[in-house]
Ligand binder design. Structure first.
Ligand code: ADP
Ligand code: MG
Length: 250
């Protein structure tokens, strides 16, 4: 018998996480490990706790009990340790939330210079490479309002990547976009997944889930109801609740 493979620390680990908003039990005993390089797509009905789950990973939300670890380290509650954690966990929201009065290039350079202490010239060079990668290098000198929604969201992804995060969280990154712009953002996310980024993605884009997910997580009423690779998940062999959700969205 060969020795067991060395167990690798998950990049993200939620362990028996509970969270209430007042009387609402929004996360109920949630367990989830995301391996380094893994892409986990989280789906489920509105109000099921998807955003809250995501937000516990960079401590935009605290938890009532249980543990959240990033790269083996419990997520700190405050201070310099929390700032360091947030630097390692990139997040992209539904709203593009770029700094409106700064150019796209400055949007990308700000945090690396201020938080990471990256020299300005290096930050600009790296920012230009990232804008190149997401296909908007020609917009570097523009203000966010001069970009389309899809371009703004690609800039927001590039800005998160500029911090060289260990993991990227996406919370419905295409939900606010006009339909013709969804594909360009999903293409950037797909190539990021192909390059081995660890990603947690809340989305209603089932095509993306099929294509890019290593595992699909289905949430309902604060619980993880099902976790499966996409081919198995979409084959429809899961729970009644999952099947009825899928029949509504597919
Ligand atoms: P989802 O992203 O799946 O739509 P959320 O995680 O945003 O779900 O929300 C789960 C539940 O928690 C919803 O009922 C929502 O209204 C509630 N909720 C979310 N954030 C807060 C908050 N800050 N205060 C009170 N209730 C909240
Ligand atoms: Mg949400």
């Amino acid at each position: 018998m060969s020795a067991a493979a060395p167990s690798r620390t998950p990049m993200v680990s939620l362990q028996a996480v509970d969270k209430h908003f007042g009387a609402l039990h929004v996360l109920q005993s949630v367990d989830l490990d995301v391996a380094a390089g893994e892409v986990v797509v989280v789906i489920g009905p509105s109000g099921s706790g998807k955003s809250t789950l995501c937000r516990t990973i960079n401590r935009l939300e605290s938890v009532d009990s249980g543990q959240v670890l990033v790269d083996g380290v419990p997520v700190p509650a405050e201070g310099a340790a929390l700032a360091r954690l947030r630097a390692d966990v990139g997040m992209v929201f539904q709203s593009f939330d770029l700094f409106a009065h700064k150019t796209v290039l400055d949007n990308l350079c700000l945090a690396p210079v201020m938080v990471r202490g990256t020299p300005k010239a290096q930050a600009r060079r790296e920012a230009m490479e990232l804008l190149e990668r997401v296909g908007i290098a020609d917009k570097a000198g523009h203000l966010p309002a001069q970009l389309s929604g899809g371009q703004q969201q690609r800039a927001a992804i590039a800005r998160a990547l500029a911090m060289r995060p260990k993991v990227m969280l996406f919370d419905e990154p295409t939900s606010a976009l006009d339909p013709e712009m969804v594909a360009e953002v999903l293409a950037v996310m797909t190539s990021l997944a192909d390059e081995g980024m660890t990603m947690v993605v809340v989305t209603h884009e089932m095509g993306f889930a099929r294509r890019a997910a290593d595992r699909v997580v289905f949430m309902d009423a604060g619980r993880i109801v099902e976790v499966a690779p996409p081919e198995q998940f979409f084959a429809g062999g899961g729970s009644e609740r999952t099947r009825s959700f899928l029949s509504a969205v597919l």
